[in-house]
Design a protein around this ligand. Structure first.
Ligand SMILES: [Zn+2]
Length: 126
């Protein structure tokens, strides 16, 4: 993602793998060209606003895990929508982010919150 190498529609078009007439519009909002920056930072900003409340105590390592869960689930939802015809549902993506954040955070033995505690108040678990 750092080197703008994700196979977003703008990059595929630039690499000329999809032809110039392919629909490069964002699969989530349908309002902008699908670029890495748009998917992760602009379009998904509504998801970030929901997630941001989790960042109450700002523990850096845990926040990085959440960042990975956010970007990975957005990319997964994009691929499911674009290539498998699965309807994008923000709430489902949000729930997936919450689940995978908890799952990955739980791999660290110092994170000792059960899923119910995480769902009810993730900010208190960080
Ligand atoms: Zn969009």
């Amino acid at each position: 993602m750092q080197h703008n190498s994700l196979a977003t529609m703008d990059n595929l078009r630039r690499r000329n793998t999809q032809g110039q007439d392919v629909n490069a519009t964002c699969i989530f909002c349908g309002k902008a060209e699908e670029t890495t920056k748009h998917i992760v930072f602009s379009c998904a900003i509504t998801i970030w606003k929901d997630i941001y409340v989790l960042n109450s105590n700002k523990e850096r390592n845990r926040w990085q895990v959440i960042w990975c869960a956010v970007t990975w689930n957005i990319w997964k939802a994009r691929n499911n929508s674009r290539f498998r015809g699965v309807q994008f549902l923000k709430e489902k993506t949000y729930q997936d982010i919450i689940y995978f954040s908890w799952l990955w955070l739980s791999m660290d033995s110092s994170f000792q919150y059960n899923y119910q505690e995480w769902i009810v108040n993730p900010g208190a678990c960080l």
